[in-house]
Write a protein that binds this ligand. Sequence first.
Ligand code: AMP
Ligand code: MG
Length: 309
Amino acid sequence: MLPTETVYGLAANGLDTIAVQKIFNLKGRPATNPVILHVSNIGEASKYAYFDEKAKKLADQYWPGPLTLLLRKKDVVPEITTAGLSTVGVRSPSNDVFQDMLACLKFPLAAPSANPSNRTSPTSPHQVLEMFGNSCPPIFDDGPTDLGIESTILNLTSKLPIILRFGHISQLEIEKCLDQPVSTLIDSHNLNSKLHKSPGMSKVHYAPKTFSVLHETIDACMEYKNFTPNDLIISHSSRDIKRFQDLPCKAIAFSTNGGLEEIARCMYRKLHDADKAKFNQLHLCLNDSDDDLALAINDRIRRACAQKT
Ligand code: AMP
Ligand code: MG
């Protein structure tokens, strides 16, 4: 278990079929959901993926960092890693522990988030340990991660680059770097859209075990009629909490002042802690900021509240 700047990853040799199979087994991850290869730099990445001009530009600017590039894969990458697809996701994480580990190895690390499939991703070693219990492999404890929420995933194999997962690197930043428009086929208002092309991006993902109710706004949440004393509202800013004080339930916030970076960094830990406390229901509101990071945050909130069918 290794820290990245986004979330903790369950790492193994991404070129070794047996090692990657162990990742799938431990996570209970469907074989149809590919894993990302983590590398130290562009030179390493181009051993496993065909790097074109666009990929080079983006990696020059944003690596090491929270941007995953989907590129055509080279033959050396086994089918299990890419779930049989002709593309492979590559990224260079900025965490020093992870980079030190890569520097000691002659292979890339497949490192999906260190959580059982579909649960919230871990942003602290405690979360990893609590989710895997006795079957937990050794953890490199680097404390809480710097950024929280998973990397932006950009597909560069389509005519127009497409963001498949929102993250810290925004659509605007990518468009500026490439000097061309970029689309976002995952319409976060329609997660069932046939257009979403990333196998792992199912409607239910990053979800707490506790039943979670989605409210479009704080006002809508205030109007909810069926709160019980064992319900918990998790709002975005501590400043919102006094608005909830007359409601017959508890309320906490993802952040002290509503800053999007703090929300992104803390949200998975707060969801995990809320899960442990065994509330009856969680209530999550969408963030009303029009900043791009709010898109990534709201995407995770929608998925956390999507019902398992
Ligand atoms: P995780 O490693 O848990 O952050 O999840 C990685 C996600 O990246 C997967 O769930 C997929 O949605 C996406 N992904 C990785 N490789 C590919 C690929 N070759 N094609 C499309 N999506 C990919
Ligand atoms: Mg994951």
